[in-house]
Design a protein around this ligand. Structure first.
Ligand SMILES: [Zn+2]
Length: 286
């Protein structure tokens, strides 16, 4: 196994997956690693292992047993922890509501745009607060016009097609604060704006990855049609879990194929790798 110059005495992975807790059973020879960060504790330990011939770190977004709600996730600690074990490319599978009738349950959408409608989440590492090591982050404004990695998106789209699961290529994910689902009026507003899916965790995950010069790609599995697009009872958690359960197998397969198709970390040549060019961060990235 090539460790690509990493310190072999340390746990190492160059691809990160932030997802539901059903995913790490896929990894081979899993090592559980507890990581602390200057921004506090991540949602859980990292689970490091091999998948599709690559070194992968898996982080259960909501912690084991799904204990952390979307608005309480320490997104900064999660991304920092992944980078600190060597991760440079992140895949973020998540469950979302469809905002268009044609994006029904079971649709896999690989968004190319994002709208932030969260309210109270720390969404930058560069907030002027000193870190425990005495350094203080400077003010940094990263480009976020294209929030997702083009290479990562290509890998996921190709992987899905290769498994006969025709994905939706592009679309806008609106991220709401939660933990409640949307009202019908909110949902109609999101649909009328032309957005495709609604989720609760896609932000600030994507922007924090960008601030650490990590590639980030979202894989959005539609588990329900949002309240404004149907006349029934609205979204129920039971239904979300049922549809997720039905699709988790093929989602893992596509995830594994996508991991195998990602460029080697040393070969990355996307703009994600230059997000901090021209800025003096003031802190040392892990
Ligand atoms: Zn990238």
């Amino acid at each position: 196994m090539s460790t690509r110059g990493a310190d072999v005495t340390k746990p190492y992975a160059d691809i990160g997956v932030i997802g539901g807790s059903g995913f790490y059973s896929f990894l081979e020879e899993v090592t559980e690693v507890s990581v602390d960060t200057p921004y506090g504790a991540p949602s859980d330990s990292l689970f490091l292992g091999e998948l599709a011939g690559r070194r992968v770190a898996f982080l259960p977004r909501h912690g084991r047993g799904h204990k952390v709600p979307p608005h309480r996730i320490n997104y900064r600690a999660n991304l920092w922890a992944l980078r600190s074990v060597g991760v440079r490319q992140v895949l973020g599978p998540c469950a979302v509501g469809g905002l268009r009738p044609e994006h029904g349950p079971g649709t896999l959408l690989v968004p190319d745009q994002l709208v932030d409608r969260t309210k109270a989440r720390a969404q930058t590492f560069f907030d002027g607060e000193p870190l425990p090591d005495g350094t203080t982050p400077n003010v940094v404004h990263v480009s976020f016009a294209d929030p997702y990695c083009a290479d990562g998106r290509r890998a996921v789209l190709k992987a899905a097609r290769g498994r006969g699961w025709e994905p939706v290529d592009g679309g806008t994910m609106v991220v709401v604060e939660g933990p409640r689902f949307s009202t019908r009026a909110e949902s109609r507003m999101h649909s009328a704006a032309g957005w495709s899916v609604v989720g609760m965790t896609g932000h600030p995950e994507a922007v924090l990855a960008r601030e650490l010069e990590l590639c980030y790609t979202s894989m959005a599995l539609v588990t329900d049609l949002d309240a404004g697009t149907e006349t029934g009872e609205g979204v129920s958690h039971t239904e979300v879990l049922r549809v997720f359960g039905e699709n988790v197998g093929r989602l893992r397969t596509v995830l594994s194929d996508a991991i195998g198709a990602l460029p080697a970390t040393m070969d990355r040549d996307c703009p994600c790798t230059r997000a901090l060019d021209g800025w003096e961060p003031g802190i040392r990235l892990p």
